[in-house]
Design a protein around this ligand. Structure first.
Ligand SMILES: [Zn+2]
Length: 390
């Protein structure tokens, strides 16, 4: 159970809030669940002090890609495990629910969670019901535009886009037609498309070329699994970025990490990063099958990006300001503003050498560990759930 505090002072930490430009010693006063003041040295008064000495304090972290319908297939996980139980205040489900399950998702997942839970609705009516190896878009009847539009219009507060499995396995004989239909829906509803790339589940099927997928994307759409080693990724056979990938990124198509069980490969990541293409969002692709490794939680995924060369400030920016932009929710999400409901993460950054593990058991040396200390939402202060991190 979370601790409930109506008047608290998060004191002595280093606040990193890239959207506001703050980086330094700041205290934060929270009264009745709202941010009352942010200042260099605030009076304690009768507040309960949350000691953040030697900690980094950030706007509530945002994990933009997970599978959060607990009980659904092999993946569904309780959102509070990767959410407030991991120092994260906002989590986003990537396509567990098609339009038929969306109300179930809303009533039983979003409304019951301690963490804010947003949603990418699946283009396929089947969503995650059948498991990832099934051809969920191969029958044209499995896309129902009118029902998707109704579901989105009735749930705009939680829906941030449409999830599409752009793999040969999922698309089957339909080829690129589902992408064409998704494009029209995205335009009509004015929401982005979240595209899974990489033939990670249905090996043996002809992968869809990234250049063909990108023809259907516009600025603001998102490619997830940008560091996948599986066919259909960002690199050609010589390890070079496909030119279409570079062009798409330059025009505003966004790239998300989507670590997962299969899709963070350090060799691919190094090649992509060396060619100047950086992630916009960092996400775990967290589910029941990767919590105990190799994923663990968002702070560990952020630490892996630091092992790949990003700074602490950069990974915090990815998980706060940039994640909010990617979700189209910049009004209050991903930054700290006086008067807003408190959504704050407290993290410990330690200098310790460890071996960061990717999805193919590849290892690179890492020098810093990030562990969650608290997630704060309103008056509730959450401690992280135990998980055996590396
Ligand atoms: Zn996923």
């Amino acid at each position: 159970m979370p601790e409930q505090l109506s008047n608290n002072l998060i004191k002595g930490g280093r606040l990193i809030d890239p959207a506001s430009g703050r980086d330094g010693q700041f205290d934060i006063r929270v009264i009745d669940g709202k941010i009352d003041a942010i200042g260099a040295s605030l009076e304690t008064g009768d507040a309960t002090v949350i000691d953040a000495k030697d900690c980094v304090v950030t706007p509530g972290l945002i994990d933009v890609h997970l599978h959060l319908m607990k009980g659904l297939g092999a993946f569904g996980v309780d959102p509070d495990i990767f959410g407030v139980g991991s120092g994260v205040t906002t989590v986003v489900d990537a396509g567990s629910a098609g339009h038929t399950l969306l109300n179930v998702f809303r009533n039983y997942v979003t409304d019951n969670a301690k963490t804010r839970v947003l949603n990418y609705i699946n283009l396929s009516t089947l969503g995650g019901v059948s498991g990832p190896g099934y051809s969920i878009l191969a029958d044209p009847r499995l896309i129902d535009e009118a029902k998707i539009e109704q579901a989105v219009e009735a749930n705009r507060d939680i829906i941030v886009g449409i999830k599409i499995m752009a793999t040969g396995g999922a698309l089957g004989g339909q080829g690129l037609k589902p992408l064409e239909r998704a494009r029209k829906l995205g335009d009509a509803l004015k929401i982005p498309l979240l595209i899974h790339i990489g033939e990670s589940w249905t090996k043996g099927t002809e992968p869809v070329a990234i250049g063909d997928v990108l023809k259907y994307l516009v600025p603001g759409d998102i490619i997830t699994h940008m560091f996948t080693v599986h066919p259909g990724g960002l690199l050609d056979g010589n390890g070079k970025l496909w030119p279409q990938v570079r062009e798409a990124k330059a025009t505003g198509v966004l790239m998300d990490v989507g670590h997962g069980l299969h899709n963070l490969n350090f060799d691919v990541a190094r090649k992509v990063l060396d060619q100047g293409l950086h992630p916009d969002g960092v996400s775990t692709d967290g589910h029941r099958g990767n919590r105990a490794g190799p994923v663990y939680d968002l702070p560990t995924t952020m630490a892996k990006l630091m092992a790949l060369g990003f700074t602490l400030n950069q990974v915090v920016e990815m998980a706060t300001a940039n994640a909010a932009k990617l979700l189209g929710r910049t009004n209050g999400l991903g930054t700290l503003r006086v008067g807003d409901p408190a959504e704050i993460s407290v993290l410990k950054i330690e200098d310790r050498e460890w071996q960061a593990l990717d999805s193919q058991k590849g290892m690179i040396p890492a020098k810093q560990v990030i562990t969650p200390v608290h997630a704060i939402r309103g008056e509730s202060i959450y401690r992280p759930l135990p998980v055996e991190r590396p």
